[in-house]
Design a protein around this ligand. Sequence first.
Ligand code: ATP
Length: 234
Amino acid sequence: MLEVEDIHTYYGNISALRGISLTVEEGEIVTLIGGNGAGKSTTLRSITALTPARKGTVRFEGKDITKTQPSDIVSSGISMVPEGRRCFPRMTVRENLDLGAFLRKDKAGITSDIARIFDLFPRLKEREKQKAGTMSGGEQQMLAIGRAMMARPRLLLLDEPSMGLAPLFVDRIYDTIREINAAGTTILLVEQSATHALSVAGRGYVLETGSVALADDSEGLRTNPEVQKAYLGI
Ligand code: ATP
């Protein structure tokens, strides 16, 4: 479904990605793990062309999207939940969700998707008219995921969904990631804390200083002594 081939990405003169290659098959949950500054967020930003790769190719369902407009990437079926949620703070929960469907015109589909998001996250239904900026971190994470799902993506990119959340919220978010995947959405999941990511993902890539240091199935990564020491706190 997604093929990232040897991408090199820069911020001005700063080289952030030095030849990343990875694939995601339809139906999978794949994780990218790595420490601060390894290039995880930049990989997602290159896939969505927010910071396009200067060299290399990103293909989605066979089509080269390396230099496509980010809005066209959303309408082609990829949505991202950015690091730090980025909900619109002065807008209500409902308005944030409606914005997620900005590029859609199928009113009936949008209404049924709002109902589906409220089923996934009853807390959002309870807070429909609350301003997003007054919600807790965990609630805002739910909202950011709900907003991304409103574009009806076939591929969902999640950037550190567990960051800063209490353990109970993290469990809830991860249950939902499983549910979203089981309902047919493919997921590429970035995490610094590998424990949760490897519990849902089938396989993963370890990034170090802008390169792929290791790629394996989740069991292989969980039992790898280097991964245990660096990312699992064992
Ligand atoms: P973290 O887990 O800390 O969020 P990450 O793996 O997501 O890290 P990136 O945010 O992709 O890492 O950063 C990769 C490299 O690119 C880092 O060296 C970072 O300093 C640099 N970088 C990221 N954003 C910018 C920017 N806007 N301008 C300049 N350099 C940047």
